[in-house]
Write a protein that binds this ligand. Structure first.
Ligand SMILES: [Zn+2]
Length: 308
């Protein structure tokens, strides 16, 4: 499963390649699972828009889309205006309103295409002549002649569209959270700190590997109750989380799973894990054997001496 640093790397790669390009047409496959928004609604929302940005939110990749002035799907003006007015009163669009709005095609409206890669999802930017891989669920044709393709053999990935209200991932960005907010998030919790770090409603996008690595750097055992951790230790943990994620982003995400970067090139450099996946191997600091335990169904790796 791609974690935050991989998703950040992929989003940056996509941003470099497709920002400013225009989506001319969209093909969506027959499989239902990847589509959280109905195919016709998604296609209508994407076609004839300019990609103004590609960025990461949590573990989602968000394409910001601006509808073009010359949109051929533009609805008749009187009808369009009335719907626009009705929608403004209801910013949280229900599916019917979403459909109306997506199909409306009014110039200047904004939408977002949201991609979650799941376990095995990949986004490729490629030449249209490149062979279409098995398990391709979406092909987005760009004005530049290239295509963005979504390929996902196991189909845990998700594609959706958000309109005017905008996409709102839960939780707080771990790279942006300040000390007080971080302490406030974890201070009162009775769950193990490892579970709290993985709770996407608190911080978004911190996965298993980076949670273990952060706890090691902060000297905190994964099973410790969050509520028993001091403010100073929490401040240290926040630093560790940021550091670990930033180092991994600098390396291009660690290569654990089956995905490729936006060019389709395989292989990221791997952050050297200090505890993750090193059960039985000596701690890099004190030489004690690294231990593994299961917390909330996930493997946790730690040094029994360096982490308390
Ligand atoms: Zn140690």
């Amino acid at each position: 499963m791609p974690e935050l640093p991989e998703v950040e790397t992929i989003a940056r790669g996509l941003s470099k390649r497709v920002t400013g390009d225009v989506i001319e047409s969209v093909w969506l496959g027959q499989k239902k699972e990847p589509l959280k928004t109905p195919a016709d609604v998604m296609a209508a929302a994407l076609e004839q828009t300019r990609i103004s940005a590609v960025r990461r939110m949590g573990k989602h990749i968000v394409f910001d889309l601006d509808r073009l002035e010359s949109a051929p799907r533009m609805a008749s003006s009187a009808n369009g205006k009335r719907q626009d007015h009705a929608l403004r009163k209801r910013p949280r669009a229900n599916p019917a309103a979403l459909k109306q709005q997506a199909n409306r095609g009014v110039p200047g409206t904004r939408a977002q295409w949201i991609v979650h890669l799941g376990m095995t999802g990949r986004l490729q930017v490629c030449d249209p002549r490149a062979e279409v891989e098995k398990h391709t669920h979406a092909v987005v044709k760009l004005r530049s002649g290239r295509e963005v393709r979504f390929v996902d053999p196991r189909r845990f990935g998700r594609l959706s569209v958000a309109t005017s209200a905008g996409f709102d991932a839960t939780g707080i960005e771990p790279l942006e959270v300040d000390v007080e907010t971080f302490i406030h998030l974890f201070r009162g919790r009775r769950t193990p700190i490892k579970s709290a770090l993985l709770n996407q409603k608190l911080l978004r996008g911190v996965g298993n590997i980076y949670a273990d690595e952060s706890l090691f750097r902060a000297g905190i055992r994964p099973r410790r109750r969050a509520s028993s951790i001091t403010r100073d230790q929490l401040a240290k943990l926040r630093q560790a989380v940021k550091q670990v994620l930033q180092e991994a982003i600098a390396l291009g995400g660690s290569s654990i799973s089956d995905y490729v970067d936006a060019d389709g090139a395989e292989g990221f450099f791997q952050l050297q894990h200090r505890v993750y996946g090193r059960e039985g191997e000596p701690c890099l600091i004190c030489k004690t054997g690294i231990r593994r335990m299961v917390i909330a169904g996930r493997s946790s790796h730690y040094c029994p001496r360096c982490q308390r």
